[in-house]
Design a protein around this ligand. Structure first.
Ligand code: ATP
Ligand code: MG
Length: 430
């Protein structure tokens, strides 16, 4: 009989399989604990927002808005978009829920993002970010603390050799003067600009600096530097940030060519990069966006945040040989025979009641003693708990180590909880 055809997954959108999930959990659990320790609380925003939100916040002359958004008209005729990044939705949520009135807040968000890019290693159409944002803080101390928090996250994950790039974009006013210089420079080299850059020359010339086109790199390298045009307050903010980082020994490189992809940044921008993942080298990027909240109709509120790409962090953890344990049971319950099968599930439930945190995998669906032991071994469990009809009759269970040569022992069912508690405690302290 012919098989039905299986619909294929969408290009650039990946399944994360159970066998790979342990590193994701390690990343997410570590991040969650760390954020909470720094006073950040989780915010969950919808994956879909009005298209206008992204156009206004990310900016018209960006790769994302020009060609990467998943935009559709819903059944009510509204233009909606799958979020390409997290900040816009967070800011929208902070405003529409009235969370910005004379308040400071620190929030984080995790979830899938969608960009119609060319899929390749480290670049997907659905990917996942962890976002952190602080609202209501104008000074460089919060910029520094956010960076310290990211550095601590790498350390907690066991990741090494990341490089921090740092720059200041000044204020929109100080950028105006710089913008004129850029336009003059790029206009003089008009014949060497690609199509995207020509369009941006009119709309947003700073975006040319962010071009990924290899043929553009020479011309970009010769462009005038923004850092030479910083206003005095931005310069003071930048040196304040650097002092805080120096004080805790966080190393960085000032990279005057670092301009972030989104239009709304002001002053601090930064990026953590790696040389170990090929050309997709940015694992975490962020910056200050003091003008965005008013731009979206909220009360003037300074803000700063960063986002990491989970796929790239997980790939880096793999590249650096970082392991995560997870998912293997402590005990696999083998039940053979009618009486034993009848007792099996309730025995497992009793153990779950009395042994805190025990991980028991039951052998559901029957099978011979031999085939059940095989499954027990494959499960990765430390011990098999064996109950046959004979054991069930006598009120005992066999406890067999699956990882050592220790002989199987018989334990009375009413002592089993105590026995397993002791063994698990030994393992925890070993
Ligand atoms: P890139 O320069 O690699 O395109 P970006 O500047 O567009 O990155 P941001 O919008 O700042 O990235 O997103 C923050 C992080 O999300 C990036 O540092 C990266 O780790 C990750 N990221 C961005 N786009 C993708 C993607 N298409 N697939 C996987 N991860 C991504
Ligand atoms: Mg990008």
């Amino acid at each position: 009989m012919a098989h039905e055809q299986t619909p294929q997954p969408v290009r650039g959108m990946n399944d994360v399989l159970p066998g790979d999930i342990a590193l994701w959990h390690r990343l997410e659990d570590t991040a969650r604990a760390l954020f909470s320790a720094y006073g950040y609380q989780e915010l969950r925003a919808p994956i879909v927002e009005r298209t206008e939100l992204f156009k206004r916040s990310i900016g018209e002359f960006t790769d994302i808005v020009e060609k990467e958004m998943y935009t559709f008209t819903d059944r009510s005729g509204d233009s909606l978009t799958l979020r390409p990044e997290g900040t816009a939705g967070i800011v929208r949520a902070m405003i529409t829920n009235g969370l910005l009135h004379n308040q400071k807040s620190r929030v984080w968000l995790r979830g899938p993002m969608f960009r119609h890019e060319r899929p390749q290693k480290g670049r997907f159409r659905q990917f996942h970010q962890i976002d952190v944002e602080a609202f209501g803080y104008a000074g460089p101390d919060i910029d520094a603390e956010l960076i310290m928090m990211s550095a601590r996250l790498w350390k907690a994950l066991g990741i090494s050799r990341l490089q921090l790039n740092l720059n200041s974009l000044g204020t929109p006013e100080s950028r105006r003067l710089y913008r004129d210089k850029l336009v003059a420079y790029f206009s003089a080299h008009r014949n060497r600009l690609d199509e995207d850059s020509l369009r941006r020359l009119e709309g947003n010339p700073m975006r040319i600096l962010d071009s990924k086109n290899p043929d553009m790199q020479d011309i970009v390298a010769g462009a005038p530097l923004l850092t030479e045009h910083l206003d005095p307050e931005s310069a003071a903010h930048f040196s304040g940030l650097r002092r805080h980082l120096d004080a805790v020994g966080i190393e960085y490189v000032v990279n005057p060519r670092l301009v972030r992809g989104l239009d709304y940044y002001s002053r601090t921008v930064f990026e953590w990069i790696t040389t170990e993942l090929g050309s997709q080298d940015a694992v975490c990027s962020g910056g200050r966006y003091d003008g965005l909240v008013t731009h979206l109709g909220g009360d003037a509120t300074p803000a700063i945040g960063w986002a990491l790409g989970e796929e790239r962090i997980v790939a880096l953890m793999q590249a650096q040989g970082i392991a995560a344990s997870g998912g293997t049971p402590d005990v696999y319950l083998v039940v053979v025979g009618e009486r034993a099968e009848a007792r099996g599930l309730s025995l497992a439930e009793q153990l779950r009641d009395v042994v805190p945190g025990i991980r028991i995998e039951t052998n559901a669906g029957g099978g011979s003693f031999k085939s059940q032991l095989k499954r027990a071994d494959k499960s990765g469990a430390r011990w098999a708990l064996v109950v046959g009809d004979g054991e069930a009759e006598r009120g005992v269970a066999g406890l067999k180590s699956l990882r050592t040569e220790a002989p199987q022992v018989e334990v009375a069912l009413d002592r089993l909880g105590q026995e397993l508690t002791t063994r698990l405690a030994e393992r925890a302290t070993a």
